[in-house]
Design a protein around this ligand. Sequence first.
Ligand SMILES: Nc1ncnc2c1ncn2[C@@H]1O[C@H](COP(=O)(O)OP(=O)(O)OP(=O)(O)O)[C@@H](O)[C@H]1O
Ligand SMILES: [Mg+2]
Length: 288
Amino acid sequence: MTSLVDPADVCRRMDEVGYLVDDGLATALALALTLGQPLLLEGEPGVGKTEAAKALARAFEAPLIRLQCYEGLTPSEALYEWNYQRQLLAIRLAESHHQVLHDADLFTEEFLQERPILQAVRFTTPVPPVLLIDEIDRADDEFEALLFEFLGEASVTVPELGTFTATRRPTVVLTSNRSRELHDALRRRCLYHWIEFPEPVRVASILRRSVPSANEALVSSVTALISKVRNLELDKAPGLAEAIDWLSALTVLGVSELTGADVVRTLGTFVKTPDDGEVVRAAMTELV
Ligand SMILES: Nc1ncnc2c1ncn2[C@@H]1O[C@H](COP(=O)(O)OP(=O)(O)OP(=O)(O)O)[C@@H](O)[C@H]1O
Ligand SMILES: [Mg+2]
């Protein structure tokens, strides 16, 4: 087995590329790197799941391969597909030379097009890639079954060519917003980590990192207010993404000390439905 990647080292490297991790996430990432086991990250929207995988790639100077999932995602978009146009051309060319091509001539490496998962298995870079399988809960549940071989064995079988297995395991990060339950069989093949919305001190650090031009008073106000807003009964509680957007907007507008009027005019950065807007407006006196 490869030697353990130290969680403290993961923490430091992630910090260097602008992503702040707590012990739990640092350990989960270190184990994923060391054991070569896929890591399933869950957490509410905007909590940093996607960015965790992207930052991991930057931190370890690994290529990032990304597969964005959506309803109707097919194996030919995720695993591999055959280049029909080139096959057709090859057939025509052969015909013009009065030759006949057989399946064995047409389903070869030459006509194989790698998609993200096969690409991650057959990588040629010195550092194994980070494969981000983003928002797996958006893909149809049959799609998950397609991933079992890859998640369990780092292999992809192309019936015409055989089974490809990664020589070293790529680092695989899956994310889900829990819009539907995932198969137990998928969960079993993965390490699991739930990303919590961070404590205020960490929120403030993340805000400082993300909007370096923001003044300290604004960072404190936004940190405090986001936490209060999250305690209101909202349909869509603001996450870190919204907090960052809000702080950026206030900074761009030149706000130095936050007033109720500033909150109202920048509401659209962290409140995303009319009903939630009403709830926040009604609570304004308690907020600022
Ligand atoms: N720990 C962190 N350190 C630094 N920045 C962070 C951290 N967590 C989140 N962010 C920032 O918060 C924003 C939202 O993160 P991201 O898009 O990864 O969230 P997500 O969980 O994938 O959301 P969604 O479920 O909507 O896809 C990004 O701009 C990201 O840089
Ligand atoms: Mg995301």
